[in-house]
Design a protein. Structure first.
Lengths: 435, 435
């Protein structure tokens, strides 16, 4: 929708058709856990702009309930079926944007299709979860997976007074983090009554009377609802079936103008890949800012403007109860895999100045390259001051800045907001000694 | 003290003598307003390290109450008087660091020497203010000046239940800000019962019974205490008298190794100047991080390490009641004066995502150069999310980043912490249209 809106703003006479499989457009998907946390809020609060605004005010031919099933690049056409009438449709294009997003991954195991086993991606998913909690009086939930969405949902469900257990096959919570930082998150989850069962290979889900039972290797967990949150896959099959190449994570390969191998076909959003600013290589890191930015870039390029979309740093933040957890750039393991010679440091600092009331511990992990001296990545965990601080490191990654130069940056100081040496600077100074 | 400690850590056999005029070293000067706000806290809470730790654990020859009165570069000697005994002293050096800091500016007008007219710079000043409030049961204070310290003190005194009026000769609160942002601060001060009298030329202070009366052009303000907070001057006379050149703001001129014109004499802290990363020209912006960093650099250089201190961006933040006020880089006026062709934008955004509870207005002002496309400066005001966000812009200034590149940076997003497009990015996108 960001591409459609921007193209219409730039060239009001352009015919812009949007084919959307579901009934919903333009909603804050990332806001869903916070909405689910509040029984009194309507899910539709998350809709940023109503479909009719796009249609009537912006003149976009927005067709909801239109699921595209195939692309025919030779004839520049897309075909599919209208959801409610089951009638076929076919549209021709001069330029096509594939913005099919992603879908929750669901393991091919017994019982994952049982009622009460739910996942969260679309607004319809969000509504289904909220209705299930209400209609079944959910008192206990099991979350499969411990990533961003799983952790945000754990907090949301705890706010509703629902008991939460989390389970995953992998051995570690947030395996991309150093263990010191992950343990801070683990402690926060424990303090908020979330039980973690990591390292549990899951064999399936069974019905157990009115409840569901998730079967792990060494435990079985009963619940009134099971949430599957083990990540997403890009909806790239439509593109792949039309002969359009995909790359890392099966995401659609695009250039810096967001074009696929067919220059009349663009891809943007969670279905498309990107170039990592640190490695210069293709990656698939589906995040909201990139999706919006890519949508604008497609509109601009279609409208004839010069466009060159920069890469991503993989900057992300999430809230886990009273903790802010943030990252940007490469982890040490990713740095190694990408051919760097990583030096790492993990430090503890304070969120406010010496002797300032309310100061909390803030953790910083930095990764640098011994060979070139470059900053490669940063991670932070703390009750305050991690979410926005990470952006300083993200900008440094975009600039290809060395750790030495980053350590010399003039960051803000006042006692309520941090120590004289910002925690990022303390970490950079420590990292320099290891490089 | 940061230079002394670091030199001793690197070279334990070096003889390090510190001559300090007052009785205090190593305290958090910026923390004083927050300490004054709390009658129950001792001022000495702000001492980071006791003098005896430096003496006994670190082996520094720390001589408090030793006021240096002259430097004799020819004989590499400093002389002065011991405060309590009034005996003279003289010390010889191989390398000298001038770290004399700054002092509050006090206008040469009648009545500024009356009892109850106070200023805040040293720990002794802080103790005097706190004692005056207690001993005289201060119920009403007038603050002359409306800068960082004045505003922090206004908040501190209001927390003590003291009525506060502020007065200054200049027409505008925070004249370096665009008026839209300054008005947000003005409204916050008004909401917290602070009365502002800007544009009032002050002719002096009179005794009025037990009270003091500050005489402005159109108003006279009575108070139990008058705080003078119109800025500081560098204590550079000692250097100047020894023939060492000073520059902008009369601060001591230093190179990137913190050396003065005499390579055996260094200067660091609020008495020394710096190079601005945006203009490449000398500036005097006395702030705590720079002082600490410069102290370390002096120690490293004296110990034979390669040192090249980068410039400052003038990054600063302060809290004004429930507002965070932050800046980095040049203002539009400074940009113009420095020969740039500034384009500016001021936007309003939100501190949290669409429909996320508790979202507040956040203001961003960005300055870019039309000729080169470079980002030149940023300012932010808001109840949350300004203090740490400013650092992303500060890093961009250090990198000499263009507004176009900054607008493409991958900043963190999650609903509790900001909109999908970070307010800085929204501002950068808007600024691009004007460049």
């Amino acid at each position: 929708m960001s591409a459609a809106s921007r193209a219409k703003r730039t060239m009001p006479d352009m015919e812009v058709i949007v084919l959307e499989k579901t009934g919903d457009v333009s909603y804050s998907a990332c806001g869903m856990p916070y909405n689910i946390a509040d029984a009194g809020r309507e899910m539709d609060d998350l809709v940023v702009r109503q479909a009719d605004v796009f249609r009537q005010k912006q003149g976009i031919d927005l067709l909801t309930g239109h699921g595209v099933e195939s692309i025919d690049p030779g004839n520049r056409a897309v075909s599919g079926t209208i959801r409610h009438s089951q009638e076929p449709f076919r549209f021709f294009y001069d330029r096509l944007l594939i913005a099919t997003g992603g879908r929750p991954r669901v393991p091919d195991l017994p019982g994952f299709d049982l009622p009460g086993v739910l996942a969260l991606k679309s607004l319809e998913d969000g509504k289904a979860i909220k209705a299930h909690i209400r209609d079944h009086g959910v008192q206990k939930a099991v979350i499969i997976g411990m990533g961003y969405v799983g952790l945000e949902m754990a907090e949301a469900l705890r706010e509703r007074g629902i008991a939460v257990e989390m389970i995953k096959p992998g051995a570690d919570l947030l395996p991309w983090m150093p263990r010191e930082l992950a343990q801070v998150v683990t402690a926060e989850l424990a303090a908020n009554g979330v039980d973690l069962h990591a390292g549990q290979t899951i064999s399936g889900i069974e019905q157990d009377g009115k409840q569901l039972r998730v079967i792990g290797a060494d435990c079985s967990l009963n619940a009134d609802m099971v949430l599957v949150a083990i990540g997403i896959s890009p909806n790239s099959e439509l593109a792949a079936d039309a002969g359009i190449p995909t790359g890392p994570g099966n995401a659609i390969t695009v250039n810096r103008q967001m074009q696929t191998s067919d220059e009349t076909i663009y891809a943007a959003g969670d279905c498309a890949d990107a170039i990592h600013v640190v490695t210069g290589k293709k990656v698939w890191i589906p995040l909201a800012l990139r999706a919006n930015r890519a949508g604008w870039a497609v509109a601009d390029h279609v409208c004839g403007k010069a466009v060159r979309v920069d890469g991503v740093a993989g900057t992300a933040v999430f809230k886990a109860f009273n903790l802010e957890v943030a990252r940007t750039g490469l982890t040490a393991a990713e740095a190694q895999q990408s051919g760097f010679d990583p030096a790492v440091v993990t430090i503890k600092s304070r969120s406010r100045a010496h002797a300032h009331p309310g100061s909390k511990t803030i953790w910083v992990h930095l990764i640098g390259d011994r060979q070139t001296g470059r900053l490669l990545g940063a991670q932070m965990v703390g009750p305050e001051g991690a979410a926005h601080r990470i952006n300083a490191a993200a900008v440094a990654l975009h600039a290809g800045m060395s750790v030495a130069t980053f350590a010399q940056t003039d960051l803000a100081y006042a006692p309520p907001f941090g120590p004289v040496w910002d925690p990022l600077l303390t970490a950079a100074n420590q990292l320099l000694k290891k490089m």
